[in-house]
Design a protein. Structure first.
Length: 317
């Protein structure tokens, strides 16, 4: 099947036999003048389709774009290998918009509905080193940290780096093996690839272009923007932290008992200062001895305290 993909733009292919989709994509791609995004149902279908494409179309560049293996509000980070594949795909699309080879991106549904970082992150993070070139060691380590690399004792996974004297081991995204950079003073003497398990050298490179290793870059600008957006969303806008985690004020034995349901709210002392000043007029300075602060966490045995106050018919102020 060799068809003009533009003529098939309004057609839908259905009931395609499992495994034949790779052959169909190959034929469509040979007639296309642009990249193709192929969306599959899940990660298993993504791996199967990508491997088939590499075998039936060896002249085509296949980029895998999987979804994170975590759920929203999960306490663990996505798998380093998955993040590396995603960053490698996004970096290739951003930095090489007009490739010489035909290119197809195989993604899962979860991956395409997820928000993506701005393309400028990949453009601004590019840094190339060459054998014989100059490299400021401390400056490069700072670059690695800012762009998401984690320091470890021994490099094993993408996104890690290790320092051993004048030798820097680093595992960038988009490479099957980590790199070992040998320095002589501030000159790059060698760039070698090595096996992460045996630590033995497997090859040498003349140069390499590094890019960001994660989808979130924590530099001074991004941290500043996050803080500003957080304050606007939770403190200065229509919704405040006090709306989400409400505070309660009780008058017990002549003291104001301030009960907050999270430390974020407990730290906002302006609320109970205003309440105290309303109860005790003409007070210029808040006396801590007249105020009791109690933080109620989201734990069953501690949350009962606030409920007990209501049961005793002690109403909040």
């Amino acid at each position: 099947m060799h068809a003009d993909i533009e003529q098939l733009a309004d057609y839908t292919f259905s009931a395609v036999a499992e495994g034949y989709d790779a052959f169909l994509l190959r034929d469509l791609l040979h007639s296309s003048k642009q990249d193709i995004l192929y969306i599959v149902s899940d990660g298993l279908s993504l791996e199967r389709t990508a491997e088939l494409l590499k075998n039936v179309a060896p002249d085509v560049e296949v980029l895998k774009f999987p979804a994170w293996d975590t759920v929203p509000y999960d306490r663990v980070s996505p798998n380093a290998g998955i993040v590396a594949e995603r960053v490698a795909a996004l970096g290739a699309l951003t930095l090489n918009p007009n490739p010489k080879k035909k290119r197809i991106v195989v993604a899962s549904i979860g991956a395409v509905i997820q928000k993506l970082p701005p393309s400028k992150i990949f453009r601004n993070s590019m840094r190339e080193i060459r054998v014989g070139g100059k490299l400021d060691f401390n400056d490069f380590v700072h670059y690695a940290v800012v762009n998401g690399y984690n320091r470890v004792e021994q490099v094993m996974e993408p996104g890690e780096y290790a320092v051993r004297g004048d030798i820097l081991d680093i595992f960038p995204v988009g490479t099957p093996e980590p790199l070992r950079i040998d320095l002589f003073d501030d000159e790059v003497e060698k760039i070698r690839t090595f096996d992460a398990f045996s630590q033995r050298t497997t090859g040498e490179l003349k140069s390499y272009g590094f890019q960001v290793v994660g989808e979130v870059v924590l530099d001074n600008n991004t941290v500043k923007n996050f803080r500003a957006a957080y304050r606007e969303a939770f403190e200065g806008g229509e919704w405040s932290i006090d709306n989400i985690y409400p505070n309660h004020y009780f008058l017990i034995d002549g003291k104001i008992v301030f009960v907050c349901l999270r430390m974020d709210a407990c730290n906002q002392q302006e609320y109970y200062k205003k309440v105290y000043q309303q109860l005790v007029p003409n007070t210029g300075v808040l006396e801590e001895k007249n105020v009791v602060r109690i933080m109620v966490e989201h734990k069953q045995d501690q949350t009962r305290f606030a409920f007990d106050l209501f049961k005793l018919n002690i109403k909040p102020l």
